[in-house]
Every structure is written in structure tokens, then in C-alpha cells.
Ligand binder design. Sequence first.
Ligand SMILES: [Zn+2]
Length: 406
Amino acid sequence: MFDLLIRQARVEGYEQPVDVAVKDGMIVQIQNKIEGQAGQEIEAKGMFLAPGFVDTHTHLEKALTGEGVEVNSLVEAIATFKKGYAKITKEDFIARGKKVVEMAVKNGTTALRTHIYVDTVIGTRAIEAILEVKRQVKNLIDLQIVAMPTNNAYVIDDELLKLTEKAIGLGVDLLGGAPHLSEKPREYIDTIFDLALKNNLPIDFHVDESDEPEVTTLDYIAEKTIATGMEGKVTAGHCTSLAAVSDKIAEKVIAQCAEAGLHIVTLPSCNLYLMGRKDKQPIRRGVTRVKDFLKAGVNIAYASDNIRDPFRPYGNADMLEEGLLTAQVLQMGTPSELETVFRMGTYNPAKILGLKNYGTKVGCKADLVLLEAASPSEALISQATKAYVFKNGKPVAKTIKQQILL
Ligand SMILES: [Zn+2]
């Protein structure tokens, strides 16, 4: 007896729709027709069964604080959030964090990484809150928490170091930060690498989030990754200044990233909103060189970033929505290019998060989303309904499609 049987779903690698059997949270059989019974049967009727989306870069402690806020740059957005955040209670962090997780789950996301501030104003209060969210939603989503040490100068002094060590002790999954904003970027990067090595934690930085034509930290992060043997364990988000430098410089830095096994995350929506604000026409897009990274064999994903906060007033924690925007901005429109974009929201970020047994093959974890579309490209273009979302083989969300009644 199976726990779950999904009948007649389209699955990558199969020409025709197939039956998919799940037991103990794993895919145990895929065949044209599976005999046998299950606790629950779902008729997919040719819908596309994909692995759950993986949103590898979000900010749960900031999300849903942006109503009515107007800002004109990244620096203004940071200042605006920091103006009010001393008063945010742990309960408020938890409530908003859970709300975003629920939005993400309904939209088919089964794993999510979030960057959370650690600093002298709120200490580790936001970290503690989101760790509590992680405990409360563990049956819905895999949540990874990145400690992001900040202060006005972005310098990790003794006080900030102690708080960061406290966050590590509380059980964060990774270390990060925004060294390009630091008065001493290299020292910042060195300290994070030291802490990461000492505590055996991976790293996920905000990198060169600027529209100025200068790579200030990405090349050093690549160098440092190789020097410390941390290949495959370091992620760089944004990297927008790479779009402003010459092709020659970009080529050199991207080759360094490939050599260092860096993972790259592009955040088009937030970057389009915040970058290029001082430009008259033409306005720069502020999106990193995704196609060049893909060509160089670098693992690259897209993600939501900020969701309805001072950094970006939009967002539904919906990877299909972010994916379509990514495809449009990157001018990727053929079926195979759209498939690449779809993988940038599924398999590529799964690799970044280090998810084991991810996918839709026998032996994979049944963290899945059933999309009302026949293919990944159709799912992106049509913004497919997420008919069912499964976590550990159990349905956790269901959407009934709107229908014409007459
Ligand atoms: Zn971010």
C-alpha cells in the first residue's frame, strides 16, 4: 500500500503521462500504470509534476513592512527599514515570517533560504524569531537561515562579532552579509570566512549590489573561496555591478567564479526596482550577466529577495512569477531557454541549498508541485495554477482553478 498515488502526471524524462507512487515521503515507483492502492489518489490528468520550487534568497524579518513606503535607492531602503526596526517585537517577526512561508508554500515552494540581520540594535531577536518560525513550519518547508551581521559602518567589531557568534550558537545555517557596503570590505569577508571555517558553515553574501562599474568584492570572494578550500560552499547574490563593467573585466571575474565553484543568485525584480535610479534614459537594468554565467558553467538561480518591504513593494513569494520576470528581463523566450529559467528556480537553487534526493525520479524526496500546464515553459508563460503542493509526500496546499461557468 502506497501513501500517495498521483495518476497520469507529466514527468520530466517520460514521453507520456505516468503514475507516480509515494511512500514514506519518497517517490518509490514511476510507471505508465501502477497497480495497487494508496491512502490518497490524485488524478493529475496530464498536469506537469515538478520538484518543489526553491527560493534561495529572501528576507523574512523585513517582509511585509513596506506599505506606503517610498525609497529611491538601496541605501535609502536600508535606512528606512532600520528607522523602525528597533521596535519590532519577536512576535511580530514570527507572525510576518510565518505569513511569507504560507505564501511561498501555496505557490509551490518547498525550500527557502532567508537572510536575517544580526546587529547592535536588535541583537539576535530577529534570528531567534525566525528560528522559531523554522520550528513551527518544519512540516511545510525546509528553511535555511543566514546570519547577516550589520551595523552602520558594516564593520565586524568586537560587539558585532560577539553577536554573530551568539547567532551561530543559536543554530543559524549559514553566514553572510553585504561586504560591498562595508568601510573595510576585505576585513569583513576575512572575518566571515574565519567564522565559517571554524564552525563548518557555508556562506551566502550579498555582493556588489550597485550600478557602478566596479567589482569591489566578487573577485576577492572567489580568491578567498579557493584559498580556503570552500569551493561549492559559497554563494554570491546580486553581483549587479558586473552588468556595468566592460566585457573584458566581466569575463575575467566570471572565470574566477567558475574556478571557485561559486553559486550565483540573480534577483531581477528587486534590482530593477532599486538600481539605475539616477539614470536618465536609457535606464540601466541592474541585473547581473546571467547568460555569461550560464555559458561559463556557473550554477545560477533566481530568487524573490525582498517581499513587500522598503526594498521592494511587490512580491508574492511566487517563484513562477519571479521566473517569468527573469525570463523577460534576460530575453530568454524559446522553450529551451524557458526550461533553463525553470531549472534556475528548481534544480539550480536546490544545489545551492545542498538538498539531497531532489527531483522527480524514483528515490527522490516527494517535495513536489503539480502544475496545471503541460511543460515548464507553459507553466512559466501561463503562470500555471499550483493544483497541489506536496511536502514529504503529503499534500500541504491545494488550489482550485477558476472556471468559466456559462
Ligand atoms: Zn537580499
